[in-house]
Design a binder for this molecule. Structure first.
Ligand SMILES: Cc1cc2nc3c(=O)[nH]c(=O)nc-3n(C[C@H](O)[C@H](O)[C@H](O)COP(=O)(O)O)c2cc1C
Length: 336
């Protein structure tokens, strides 16, 4: 018998889909979601996801192997669709028998969903609009994450509460849908489950788990921060569309504005095309996030964080965070 009967009942489809004890995913966070955090989440009953980010196929190969050595529970791999070696990265996942691949960062390129499924894995996608979500789910994607603008990292323009009202009534009956963005407590989890979600995905709440390798200064900045400190980046040039990023405001936020001007100038001079310009922006983020997470440079690095950072107060083991979330969800449902 589950200790969380009401919550587990509402999570049943998500649990079956993920193969985990609870339908709580820890969203991939570049530099943070590596073997230690991913295995701790999966061992704690949640579902960890490796952030491939800009890793080479060899690095991903090693990371998956190391994660497998630390957990025998299922976990996923998050691949960024614009990665130039996407095909090889998919092959690495297939080689390891990875059960779930999450495709993030844009519309999956032609053939990628098919290639993942041919390798035996389930495919989880993001979709910014309901029409695209329907198209992706009908053409082979196995599950969807809707992620609102409260989230940390790269975000869309619409809040989670609106996406949930728009997508869940249309999709939740027939498809497995996870809700992400701005979830910091089990009360919120209960609410989205009641609206039809099969499960949830959290990032910010898990970034400072004990097992997270994020630098102690990165964690301390999270504990100090309030919701309002997690701001979205500003796009400076209308011709260079950059995906907004939510992060704690610091000097790095300003240097991103300068970077955009620099990339816009080389674009103007015709030295790079739009694709390359956008890649340069993404590489900037990857480097800046590494500086914050790994080196602990919380002034100049990118402190990607969601608004739920205001609810993160202390370092706790991943398994304890999961228990807390499940207890809160169960209490909330019991009070109904
Ligand atoms: C530090 C950080 C890094 C992230 N990196 C990625 C990433 O590499 N790929 C991705 O798909 N999402 C990334 N995300 C988003 C998370 O996977 C997750 O969807 C999001 O954090 C959920 O919203 P929350 O922050 O409100 O919990 C990142 C989030 C944070 C906070």
């Amino acid at each position: 018998m589950s200790s969380y009967p009401k919550t587990s009942a509402l999570m049943a489809r998500g649990i079956e889909f993920l193969g985990s004890e609870h339908a709580i995913m820890c969203g991939a966070m570049s530099w943070v979601s590596e073997r230690n955090l991913v295995s701790a989440i999966s061992n704690g009953g949640g579902f960890g996801v490796i952030a491939c980010g800009a890793m080479t196929p060899d690095l991903l190969d090693a990371e998956i192997a190391a994660t497998k050595a630390m957990t025998d529970k299922p976990f996923g791999v998050n691949l960024i669709t614009m990665h130039p070696d996407l095909t090889d990265l998919i092959a690495v996942c297939t080689k390891h028998g990875v059960s779930h691949v999450v495709l993030a960062g844009g519309i999956p390129p032609k053939g990628s969903v098919e290639a993942i499924k041919a390798g035996g894995a389930k495919v989880i996608v993001f979709a910014p609009t309901l029409a695209l979500a329907k198209k992706l789910l009908r053409s082979g994607a196995d599950a969807l994450v809707i992620e609102g603008s409260e989230a940390g990292g790269h975000i869309g323009p619409v809040s989670t509460s609106i996406l949930a009202q728009e997508f869940l009534p249309e999709l939740a009956q027939d498809f497995v849908v996870f809700v992400a963005g701005g979830i910091g407590t089990g009360d919120m989890i209960a609410a989205y489950l009641e609206m039809g979600a099969s499960g949830v995905q959290l990032g910010t709440r898990f970034a400072c788990a004990t097992e997270s390798i994020a630098h102690p200064d990165f964690k301390k900045a999270f504990f100090r921060a309030k919701a309002r400190d997690a701001e979205t980046s500003v796009q400076v040039d209308p011709r260079l569309p950059v995906i907004p990023v939510r992060a704690l405001k610091n000097k790095g936020t300003e240097s991103f504005t300068a970077k955009q001007r620099e990339v816009a100038a080389v674009l103007d001079r015709g030295e790079v095309d739009m694709n390359e310009a956008q890649l340069q922006i993404e590489h900037y983020w990857a480097g800046a996030l590494r500086r914050a997470v790994v080196d602990g440079d919380i002034e100049n690095g990118s402190m990607m964080a969601g608004q739920s950072v205001g609810l993160v107060k202390e370092e706790e083991p991943a398994a304890e965070i999961i228990v807390k979330l499940m207890c809160q969800a169960e209490d909330a449902l019991a009070r109904r």
